[in-house]
Design a binder for this molecule. Sequence first.
Ligand code: NAD
Ligand code: DAU
Length: 347
Amino acid sequence: MKLLITGGAGFIGSHVVRLFVNKYPGYEIINLDKLTYAGNLENLKDVEDASNYRFVKGDISDLDFINKLFEKEKFNGVIHLAAESHVDRSITNPLDFVETNVIGTVNLLNAYKAYCDLSTGRFYHISTDEVYGELGDEGKFTESTPYHPNSPYSASKASSDHFVRAYGTTYNLPYVISNCSNNYGSHQFPEKLIPLFIHNIKTRKPLPVYGKGENIRDWLWVNDHARAIDVIYHNGRNGETYNIGGNNEWKNIDLIHLLCSQMDQKLNRPEGTSEQLITYVKDRAGHDFRYAIDSSKLMAELGWEPSVTFEEGLSKTIDWYLENKEWLDHVTSGEYQNYYNEQYVLR
Ligand code: NAD
Ligand code: DAU
């Protein structure tokens, strides 16, 4: 099995690459990544010398490059994670999201159709629950919830989901899609809520809570998402969608209180120290109120379930960031500083 994983140097992608390289020594795994600000080969140090693994630097929106790569490699299957992934960046730079998430995905679909043996693998698109829009106080997203994306990011992911389904129907491509809730864990770029707040608490910087902190997200440990991707790639049914979630809803401000309390303990600071850093800031434009995922299809069909409680997962996550100071120092220098100033200092 020659498997292309796109976006393998990013947060979720690096966990997927690691799982596949270690679990499937007989596969040939190629990680294709542009190494944007969010892609980091330091995430894969422990597998970079494995004999079943190779890294290729490249841009999925570069049509010529993608066609040449697919013609040469003749992949059996594709697990497609490469994307621009941050909602706030999509509000300031929507076109980047169209280029990578929409055009990049269509380039991959065309190349897969033209050069791959469709009988031996499948095209697996990793997507998000944000395509469904927002929920009120009740209910959960199921696989049949109508699409209603509200941010440029989610509109681009909804569009790429539609292209994958359309190629399946029109050209008979074997495909599967999964839509997952918010991930947290090691190696996440500190622009997203949890790693940003860990970094800011550590360095005693303000914790910028959007609006009143009442928005709700359903959190899943990234290793559990990677396990779900493994079972769906191998055992999911072609042409199907699977929702993946943690059954773990938290109002942002409650999550932040838990994080502050765990951080105070781990940093040996008096209880209540980190809470003082909480600063309410202008809300995100178009901020979706609540996400909650019904994963019963995945659990019933493929026997997957989350492996850790949120308290355990969060504690392991904080430990990882505190123990990997060098990783955090590297990713918070340079471009990160410009982004941080733009988003928060001038907010
Ligand atoms: P990330 O931003 O951490 O990583 C994205 C990776 O894609 C990076 O390594 C980056 O270099 C690469 N990339 C970006 N543009 C590229 C291009 N044009 N060509 C090649 N590579 C490119 O993102 P993530 O959080 O790991 O998300 C991975 C996937 O999972 C995305 O498709 C995202 O939409 C989806 N997803 C994320 C979450 C989440 O909570 N983070 C939840 C559900 C779904
Ligand atoms: O639901 C899945 C999605 O989860 C993924 O598809 C996205 O790629 C991923 O980025 C994530 O999107 P969110 O916008 O939900 O994640 P983020 O960490 O940016 O924000 C989580 C919540 O915290 C959200 O309600 C906004 C709020 N927030 C975020 C940041 C960065 C703050 O209050 N302050 C902040 O500084």
